[in-house]
Design a protein around this ligand. Structure first.
Ligand SMILES: *Cc1c(COP(=O)(O)O)cnc(C)c1O
Length: 408
């Protein structure tokens, strides 16, 4: 049977202490042992199902991790306090002084800043490449390379990584392929396409209510155990631990992810088609004009669509700013970073989430001044939203009113 990420989540059910329909929250930082020997074994990592201390693991975090592993089709998963907590732990686990990373150049600003500015302090260097060109990726690999890093759908330019191709390349050079799947949960299952480690910022679509930060690393049991090894595990020692109460609330939100993703995708597909017809430069992987459209079609789980992220270029930063302010005034969304909320969120990445990237590099990547990144919300009537957004654009001279067009 074809792998469906939502089925894996659905099939896991945990009951609460008193038969509750939700699992009980483990409200403890530390756990008692009946025997001193078991405590020793747990420290050594030899006991399944024993809890030691909640920075290491806790029942609530394990429930959430198990559900996310089922979603990604990996053996195991560790949840972390944030997406960056997951990303930095993976990099630090796989790389040491003198090592090298081959990374996509279009990645989340924080990840870029970590690899570009922080990792060099530890003598870890990175080559940033155009991830859509497999020959360029291969040419960047050196004898010190320890991982290939990319985003399945990249931030903010929505480039589509050819995960099958990258996985083959990684295998050939005996390197792990690490994929950040934050923009495309359910849409893409990178591990099923050959990725070794899949990371999410749970802060975005997966939690979906913009009320907390969280992250996860999905991978083999061995890798997940190594991350929380008490002696040298990066997740354990860097201490980016999710709180149990939060793990429990994210698990509840995960239960509705499939419904939300379908609606995000449906709405984004509609808006992108309309704005493209209107003559705007729209980037959306669900458009035939998107360079990664075919690659994504080949990799995606069809029923979830092409995702909720879209960018529109309105020509200049001034126009972008004016449009975002007007749309917010008319309650069409919020001028805010982040994504995956029920409400549409928009920001100009060049001056916000990707401002860590120097201006000349932004240009080279195709990150233009007038670019607005949209995380399309769960609006009930997207046609109504479109017409209201179009009115804003007409008032600001970004689009010509349709009734005037007929006179031309
Ligand atoms: C937000 C984001 C992150 C960082 O996640 P946090 O939860 O904010 O730490 C990493 N990657 C991508 C693609 C993101 O959008």
């Amino acid at each position: 049977m074809k792998f469906n990420p939502a089925d894996g989540i659905q099939d896991l059910q945990y009951f609460g202490e008193f038969g509750g329909v939700n699992p009980s929250i483990s409200d403890s930082s530390t756990y008692t042992f009946l025997s001193a020997k078991t405590m020793f074994d747990t420290f050594e990592g030899n006991t399944e199902g024993c809890y030691l201390y909640s920075r290491h693991s806790s029942p609530s975090n394990l429930y959430l991790g198990e559900a996310l592993a089922a979603m990604e089709g990996t053996e195991s998963a560790n949840v972390t306090a944030s997406g960056m907590g997951a990303i930095t732990a993976v990099i630090m686990q796989l790389c040491g002084a003198g090592d090298h990373v081959v990374s996509s150049r279009t990645i989340y600003g924080g990840t870029y800043a970590f690899l570009k500015n922080f990792a060099p302090k530890l003598n870890i260097s990175t080559s940033f490449v155009d991830i859509t060109k497999l020959d360029v990726v291969e040419a960047a690999i050196t004898e010190n390379t320890k991982m290939i890093y990319c985003e399945a759908v990249s931030n903010p330019l929505l480039e589509i990584a050819d995960i099958k191709g990258l996985a083959a390349l990684a295998k050939k050079h005996n390197l792990p392929l690490v994929v950040d799947n934050t923009f495309s949960p359910l849409n893409i299952a990178p591990a099923k396409l050959g990725a070794d480690v899949v990371i999410h910022s749970l802060t975005k679509f997966i939690n979906g209510s913009s009320d907390c930060v969280g992250g996860v690393v999905c991978g083999t049991t061995d890798f997940c155990l190594s991350l929380k090894d008490v002696n040298d595990g990066a997740a354990m020692l860097l201490g980016s631990t999710m709180d149990s109460v939060r793990a429990s609330s994210i698990l509840k939100n995960l239960r509705t992810l499939h419904i939300r993703i379908k609606k995000h995708s449906e709405n984004a597909q509609y808006l992108s088609e309309q704005f493209e017809k209107d003559g705007l430069r729209v980037v959306y992987p669900g458009l035939a004009s998107h360079p990664g459209h075919e690659t994504l079609k080949d990799q995606m789980n069809d029923e979830y669509g092409f995702g909720g992220m879209m960018t529109v270029d309105v020509g200049s930063l001034d126009k972008a700013n004016a449009l975002m302010e007007l749309m917010q005034e008319r309650n069409l969304g919020y001028l805010a970073v982040s994504l995956g909320f029920y409400k549409t969120l928009f920001s100009a990445p060049g001056t916000s989430t990707s401002s860590e990237i120097p201006e000349d590099e932004q240009k080279e990547m195709g990150l233009t001044d007038g670019l607005i990144r949209f995380s399309i919300g769960l609006d009930n009537d997207i046609k109504r939203t479109y017409s209201m957004m179009r009115t804003c654009m007409e008032e600001l001279g970004i689009l010509t009113p349709k009734d005037e067009l007929s006179f031309v």
